[in-house]
Design a protein around this ligand. Structure first.
Ligand SMILES: [Zn+2]
Length: 307
């Protein structure tokens, strides 16, 4: 079995055998972790679920499939620009400015309409130590109808004490043939920018024109004379900012995304230039750390063009 098939089989196994331990999905961004996490969540929520999974027809199923929500499901995601899951999201903390319900509070109540109360923690590697410890304590005290699902694209950064409590399921990227079967036609920029992750291909397609413009600009980099650096830098900034509207991201996030794509392009097309790749990675680090794009891009492109 390749790609997501073995992960899907593992989820079906958990549903069929009625296991209730926490489940941790891990794998690359866009591999399909959230899709499987939601499948398991619904199987645990649906009051009419069988060994084959959720019924798909009851009120709980229909609301979830329609809106991605359920009264008995609590989603936890990292907060703020630093993207940290804080201890206040696990146990109530009035100092945390957050509208959500803390996990312990949520799990104190028995299911309202669902079969279980389910907590889904996305990017679980972003839990700080206090949050992870609080979660472990919560699990020890939780009712028999509490269920926990975690996802991460950085398994090595999930605390070992959490990992050891979970059934870990690897979500692997599909092979090329499987990917080609899933997407009718795949273009070079889609394959390169997605790194073969189906979820990322969907995102690339949602901002198709902007990603095409970026790719065309990168292709102009090879063989560009040193004098072209400033023009290319300006074109890069414009192309990056064209991502803002279709993706709904901030301009800083779009600058970082365009640099991610540039790094992939250099790795693939200029493998003999590790210095150039390092310059892009360093610029990405500075942009994420709040540096000015204007000040960062010009020297970068001066490094990228020429012999
Ligand atoms: Zn149902």
């Amino acid at each position: 079995m390749i790609g997501l098939a073995s992960a899907r089989a593992a989820v079906d196994g958990i549903i069929a055998t009625g296991r209730s331990a926490p489940v941790l999905f891990y794998g690359a961004i866009g591999a399909g972790k959230s899709l499987l996490a939601e499948r398991l969540a619904l199987a645990w929520l649906c009051p009419k679920a069988s060994q084959d999974g959720p019924c798909g027809e009851c009120q709980v199923c229909r609301t979830f499939l329609d809106k991605g929500k359920a009264i008995d499901l609590q989603r936890i995601e990292p907060l703020g620009p630093s993207r940290i899951i804080r201890v206040g999201q696990i146990v109530p903390d009035s100092a945390l400015d957050w509208e959500g319900t803390a996990v312990t509070t949520f799990l104190q109540t028995l299911p309202t309409v669902g079969r279980n109360r389910v907590v889904l923690i996305e990017d679980a590697d972003r839990m700080n130590q206090d949050a992870a410890n609080a979660l472990l304590k919560t699990l020890e005290e939780a009712s028999a109808r509490a269920r926990l699902i975690l996802t991460t694209s950085a398994i090595s950064r999930v605390m070992p004490t959490i990992r050891s409590r979970c059934i870990a399921i690897a979500c692997e990227l599909p092979g090329y043939d499987e990917l080609a079967g899933q997407f009718a036609s795949l273009e070079p920029h889609e394959l390169l920018f997605s790194e073969g992750a189906p979820g990322v291909i969907h995102h690339v397609r949602e901002a198709d024109e902007a990603y095409r413009t970026l790719f065309a600009l990168f292709e102009d980099l090879s063989g560009a004379p040193p004098g072209a650096a400033l023009v290319l830098s300006e074109r890069f900034k414009e192309a990056a900012e064209a991502l803002e509207k279709p993706t709904g991201q901030t301009s800083r996030a779009c600058h970082a995304e365009a640099l991610r794509c540039l790094a992939l392009w250099i790795r693939s097309r200029m493998p003999g230039h590790p210095d150039r790749l390092a310059a892009v990675v360093e610029t990405h680090r500075r942009i994420v750390g709040n540096a000015s794009a204007n000040l960062a891009f010009d020297p970068l492109f001066a490094t990228l063009v020429g012999p």
